[in-house]
Ligand binder design. Structure first.
Ligand code: PLP
Length: 403
């Protein structure tokens, strides 16, 4: 972190904008500021920048440029995925008795969970897959729940609160097999081959460290966010596979930007920055994965040595290399967080969105932790600026808390 005395260990909440990204964005605020929809030369410069950024991102993801839909956040992209698929399906279904179904994991980000809850009020049957003590979704339940009313399955690639990696490829294969085996004539929408259920993944946390191309993961829809990969805030994207596009209904209507999936003047500087951030992430991914994995193991070994009663929530191996969620018995998580804050160390009590709430993490509860343990667990998340010195400083500060 820039301030030498401060330690920032909350990279899962947000990352600083890389100076290279900022430099790339900078001309698009005051000089190349025009609306990309304008026909004049100035508009064409902005439109060219959006086009080139989209192409670069598409190349990185191994997809077609018109499969990238820019949004104002990952939250919006997740909303578009869920609401878009469901509202299209509902608009086409004639049968009054048909109850559309979606399947999500019980530990999705709030942008999926809250949206699903609203869809439930629309009459959608929402199935929330349970997870085991390591935070991994139960594939047997998924297999059992897949039926010809299921229009969407949404499971995040990696969890934001404790970093668990989900078996995305296995889920993709289950869905593929289900699509082949199911008699699509049972589904009132399509024949002879049903495109349902679509498979969406929120890869916001995973993209920094894993190969998250839609082909590799086997997904039809994928969400990414700028702010988690050293890009700007206020920019996200939804990858929508070409074949899935006719089955998604826009949620923000107006000037028909983003192929009519998301109206609103494009955020040109953020799009340019997002594209640069993805380029840098591609370059640094493997190296940072290896470096942070070592740091994470080092941190955890120090925790075990100095706080033998502390417990890791989730798995050390099957998780992101930058994310550790730890329960320290005997002292409230809030107290530790405040003490570390006063010592100049920023960590989190859960996801940033729910950090201000004192309720226990729903993710940890879903993993079987009790209220007390879940409430008193803390997330340490590392990033490009994290060093061994910072880890040692954090351990010392924690020791002071427990003295
Ligand atoms: N999905 C996951 C897994 C996240 O961690 C976050 C942010 O915390 C989001 C979605 C939402 O991202 P944004 O704040 O860009 O909307």
């Amino acid at each position: 972190m820039n301030n030498k005395n401060k330690v920032y260990l909350d990279y899962a909440a947000s990352t600083p904008v890389d100076p290279i990204v900022l430099k790339e964005m900078s001309p698009y605020f005051c000089q190349k500021f025009a609306n990309p929809g304008s026909l004049h030369f100035s508009g064409q410069i902005a439109s060219q920048a959006v086009f080139q950024s989209r192409q670069k991102i598409a190349q990185s993801l191994g997809v077609n440029y018109n499969e990238i839909i820019f949004t104002g956040s990952a939250t919006e992209a997740n909303n578009l995925a869920l609401r878009g698929v469901v509202s299209h399906a509902k608009s086409k279904i004639q049968s009054a008795s048909w109850r559309t179904k979606i399947i999500i994991s019980s530990i999705e980000h709030e942008s999926v969970l809250e949206t699903a809850q609203i869809l439930e009020k629309w009459g959608v049957n929402v199935v929330r897959l349970p997870v085991n003590s390591q935070g991994i979704v139960d594939l047997k339940v998924l297999e059992k729940e897949l039926d010809n009313k299921t229009v969407l399955v949404s499971v995040m690639t990696a969890n934001n609160q404790m970093g668990a990696l989900q078996p995305i490829k296995k889920i993709a294969n289950l869905i593929k097999e289900f699509r082949i085996s199911t008699n699509s004539k049972d589904f009132p929408l399509t024949s002879p081959t049903s495109p349902y259920p679509f498979f969406h993944t929120d890869a916001v946390q995973a993209f920094q460290y894993l190969n998250c191309t839609p082909e590799e993961l086997g997904v039809d829809l994928m969400t990414l966010s700028g702010q988690k990969i050293y890009g700007p805030k206020g920019i996200g994207l939804l990858y929508i596979k070409k074949q899935s596009q006719p089955f998604i209904q826009a949620q923000i209507t107006g000037g028909s930007q983003e192929q009519n999936f998301r109206s609103g003047t494009e955020n040109v500087p953020a799009i340019v920055g997002f594209s640069k951030a993805i380029e840098l992430t591609d370059k640094l991914r493997q190296k940072e994965f290896a470096r942070l994995k070592i740091l994470k193991e080092y941190f955890y070994s120090k925790i075990k040595k100095n706080f033998p009663k502390a417990r890791l929530n989730g798995s050390l191996a099957n998780s992101l290399p930058n994310n550790l969620n730890i329960y320290f018995p005997g002292i409230s998580g809030e107290k530790i967080l405040i003490a570390l804050d006063l010592a100049g160390i920023a960590i989190s009590s859960g996801s940033a969105c729910s950090a201000r709430s004192i309720s226990p993490s729903y993710v940890l509860l879903a993993m079987g932790l009790n209220n007390e343990t879940a409430k008193n667990s803390l997330r340490f998340s590392f990033g490009r600026q994290t060093t061994k010195t910072e880890i040692n400083k954090t351990i010392s500060a924690l020791k002071n808390v427990f003295q």
